[in-house]
Structure formats: C-alpha cells, structure tokens
Design a protein around this ligand. Structure first.
Ligand SMILES: NC(=O)c1ccc[n+]([C@@H]2O[C@H](COP(=O)([O-])OP(=O)(O)OC[C@H]3O[C@@H](n4cnc5c(N)ncnc54)[C@H](OP(=O)(O)O)[C@@H]3O)[C@@H](O)[C@H]2O)c1
Length: 279
C-alpha cells in the first residue's frame, strides 16, 4: 500500500509519517506539492499512483484566515478538491483531517459526527467546504486543539510563557478535547488502512477549558498550577479576529459505536511530551 501524505512538514503530517514508518510512503510538504496547484496535484497523483492519501495540508492560521478568505478557500477547499479529483482518477482512498471549528459551539453537550455543522470563522467555513469536496467513500477525521512535539502549539506556548511570566491567564469559557498529534496519527493510519468511510471525531479524552489545560500543562512540568488564572473570552486583549467555539468538545461517537478504541486521556500524551521537551 503506497500512501501519499500532503502537508508532510506540518505537526500532524510529521507524526503521520512516523506512524507510517516501514510502509511505502511519499511525503509531500508544501514546497514539493502546493495543493492549490491543480496541475501539480493531478500530476503527482498520476505519477505516484498512491493507494491512499492522508490529506493534512491546510492553511491553519485561524486568525489570518479572517483577513484573507480567498487564500483560506484556495488552500482548504479548492486544494482539497484537487486532491479528491486526483485521488479519484487513480482510485486512491482519501483521509482528510478536519476540525472542531466546523461547529458554532452553542450546543450544551459534546458534538457527535451527526450534529449539524455551523462554522463561525472563515477557517471553519473553508475546512467544512473541504469536507464537502470529498465523496461519501472518503474518511473525514475531525480533531481539536492539536498539540505535539512539532511546530508551534498551545502546550509548547504555555510552557514557554511559564518560563517568562509568574502569572498566566487563560480563558475558562472555551472547552475542548486537547489532542496530541502522535496519538491522532496512530488512529488516522488505522482508519486509513481499514478504508473506513464517513466522519470520525478523533480526539484525546478529558474535556477541559484552556485555563484547565494550562494548569494541567504546568502540573505535568512540575510547576505550580495556581500560577494560571482564569479569564473570560471577553477579557482577551486585544480580541482575536476569529471567533472560537465556546464548546469544542467532540464526542468520538463513531469510534465508540464501531467498537474502536478511543484515544487516552490527554494527560497521558501530555506527560510524554513534557518529558521529551525536558530531556
Ligand atoms: N492545529 C490544530 O489545532 C488543528 C485542529 C483541528 C484540525 N486541524 C487540521 O489538522 C490538519 C493538520 O494541521 P496541523 O496542526 O498539522 O497544521 P500545520 O502544522 O500548519 O500543518 C499544515 C501544513 O500544510 C502546509 N500547507 C499550507 N498551505 C499549503 C498548500 N497550499 N499546499 C500544501 N501544503 C500547504 C503547511 O506548510 P507551511 O507551514 O509551509 O505553509 C503545513 O506544513 C489541518 O488540516 C488542520 O486544518 C488542526
């Protein structure tokens, strides 16, 4: 089985490569394959003839997307159209990584795969548009709050800020499931190998607010969690351009109902990450 990984230089892409170690893999980073370039994508598909594509490439700068919707849709929606078109031509299965930002966050309970999306940000709209470029045979995995050893992410940012400031403030009115890229990548490969169609929510377990997550990060690093204080989203100065869902908690219902194992509580991979960063 030959697998093409788009966005192979990103935090999830790099972990997918690690999870696919030992298999026939083609790693396509932004420089080697720009998904907005239709000819390049179709050319790569026909030349490489992959059996499957893990499509992680995306413009993920959520706030910047607000100011440049054309770029967001060019990469996240049209780019996914190109990947879907190319994959169809060579019979490759596509697994697309999507986001909790497809929801508006107003539901008073965790979101299942069968809840109606209603994105509030340009990024969320463009990622949902990407989902809709794929046929029913594709696998769509929605993840949330991704952290890991590669790239910049909130776990690393919290550790950095803890080294620079005595007191940290994080919002206590946005909740989600922190998800660690290595755990996520393992499940992406499993769903890909099984060629399971449809939407799956795949996150680590343990719903927290950002405030609670920041405290957990300090605790994992052996620091005093009381240094983190709660604020509300309305207190954030300056306000962020893109609205975030207040409730980002994704119920991994499709995995659960299919009898597949859920990823562990986020504190497990968090401890692993902190140990690795301090090694
Ligand atoms: N991060 C999160 O919290 C989160 C949550 C839910 C879902 N997701 C989804 O998970 C996937 C992976 O995200 P991530 O966290 O790994 O983000 P990331 O680190 O930003 O990785 C995305 C990669 O896509 C590349 N890329 C951007 N534009 C491209 C283009 N036109 N053609 C080809 N590659 C392009 C980027 O390269 P450059 O950096 O060189 O531009 C980057 O390496 C994305 O689909 C994202 O929407 C992320």
């Amino acid at each position: 089985m030959r697998v093409l990984v788009t966005g192979a230089g990103g935090q999830v892409g790099r972990e997918v490569l690690a999870a696919l170690a030992g298999r026939d893999v083609v790693a396509a980073d932004h420089q080697s394959l720009d998904v907005t370039d239709r000819d390049a994508v179709l050319g790569a598909m026909t030349t490489l003839a992959p059996d499957a594509v893990v499509h992680t490439a995306a413009w993920t700068a959520v706030d910047d997307c607000e100011a440049d919707p054309d770029r967001a849709f060019a990469v996240n929606a049209l780019g996914t159209r190109h990947v879907a078109d190319g994959a169809r031509r060579v019979g490759a299965h596509v697994l697309y990584v999507s986001t909790d930002y497809v929801f508006d966050g107003t539901k008073p309970a965790p979101y299942t795969e069968w809840d109606e999306p209603n994105p509030q940000s340009v990024y969320g709209h463009s990622k949902l548009a990407g989902e809709r470029e794929l046929g029913p045979e594709a696998t769509v995995v929605r993840a949330s709050w991704i952290c890991g050893r590669y790239g910049t992410n909130m776990a690393k940012t919290i550790l950095r800020l803890a080294g620079e400031h005595d007191t940290l403030t994080f919002v206590d009115d946005q909740r989600g499931h922190p998800t660690f890229a290595d755990d996520l990548a393992g499940m992406l490969v499993r769903l890909l190998v099984d060629r399971r169609p449809g939407v799956y929510h795949v996150t680590n377990q343990g719903a927290v607010s950002w405030f609670e997550f920041a405290r957990a990060v300090l605790e994992a690093a052996g620091l005093d969690p009381e240094r983190v204080q709660p604020i509300t989203t309305a207190d954030l100065q300056p306000p962020r351009p893109a609205p975030r869902p207040a409730n980002s908690v994704l119920d991994n219902a499709a995995l659960r109902l299919a009898g597949l194992p859920l990823l562990p509580d986020f504190r497990e991979p968090l401890a692993r990450l902190v140990a690795e960063l301090h090694a």
